[in-house]
Design a protein around this ligand. Sequence first.
Ligand code: SAM
Length: 411
Amino acid sequence: MVWLNPHSDPSAAASDLGHAMTARATRDERARQGFVTAARAHMYGSIARALKTTYECKVKPAFRARKRLDPKTDLEVHRALKQETVFKFYSRYRNIVQGLVYRSVIPGIERDLPALIARAKALSQDTTRAEGTLTLNPRLKVPRYTGGLDVHLMPGNYHTDHVADDVAQGAIYEHGWLVFIRGIIGHLDGITDGISKYVRARYPDFRPARILDLGCTTGIHTLPWKATFPEADVHGVDVAAPCLRFGHARAQSRGIAVHYHQMDGSATTFPDASFDLVTSCMVLHEMPMDRVRALLQDARRLLRPGGLMLHYELPPSTYMDPYSDFFLNWDSCYNKEPFYRAFRAADPMKECRDAGFARGDYVQFVVPSTHHFGADAPAAVLNQTAADTPTLLQKYLGGVRWFCFGAWRSA
Ligand SMILES: C[S@@+](CC[C@H](N)C(=O)[O-])C[C@H]1O[C@@H](n2cnc3c(N)ncnc32)[C@H](O)[C@@H]1O
């Protein structure tokens, strides 16, 4: 699995988020960030290849000789590989590099924190650039499934307030995201930039007037919805106050009006039928299935007739061969994302039906990243159906592609 785009320079623009909430980094810190990006590329390149070769050439034949059949599930692959040195090396290396993503950005953020907090306050109060809002609810209880973890090893997780009016966790998430994706996605908000444009092209008559992004964190992937549908009133919801403060300031600094709310996305307090598009980006796999189910039901409640619910997520296990499934599920065991595997094992269509959506209203598609496959790639798959998903996931395996599912609310 090699995702690094040869046209990207890992050392270019390290630390630079391109907006006013960027923490300054010294030359050494920028070099470290470039190193971590390159170390990630090495992991997904030669180390991941060595892992797969060991599996194909050694572990799988040994399994077959013992059991007279091939491993059928990710768990069988995992168990069979676990004792191999290359697996231990890959896992340890990945853990270390994941930790380094955050360690490479934290010093600059710590140093700049008072200035970032002051800037966030000033930007939040300044409505001359944009009229976005921030509504915090200090009484909201952060659910234990996320508040009790450092999800994907991020120290302090999304929600911790270290000082009054803190923005540190938002800054760590966003600066870390840049180190994490540089060379992979192309630009910071590449996911929903691509998905929102695909939605507009695929459904030209769909013009959402109110959009809600659930689990928006800092809004990296909320803002592109506003860019694609500039007339829409765009809202983002998250439980994590420091991310919302950071995100609101960043949106205001860019002159983009987005309304941020501290709310539980599986039990929002918005009125029924108050949105045309309810979406999420990389959120559901971090939630236990009972919360995912509550979120899908609430999303349906929030939709007006003719509205669309759409989630960008990891592709379900059913579309993967056992090895690829194991490779993706690694995070569930070793990266503090314990709900990942159960979410991927679920059937998204059934989950949507169980949440009250009609079978015929289900949508599912794969969006190829223009960064990897060129500007025309999404247009070439506008007419795909859910049945095309396995073929398209395979076709675009060598680069980045986004798996999306959801449903229209017809009545
Ligand atoms: C992986 S991040 C999402 C990233 C973000 N959507 C983006 O595209 O940059 C998961 C987010 O979901 C939030 N979250 C988890 N459970 C939530 C809930 N019940 N309601 C709202 N937000 C939640 C977390 O606080 C975190 O910010």
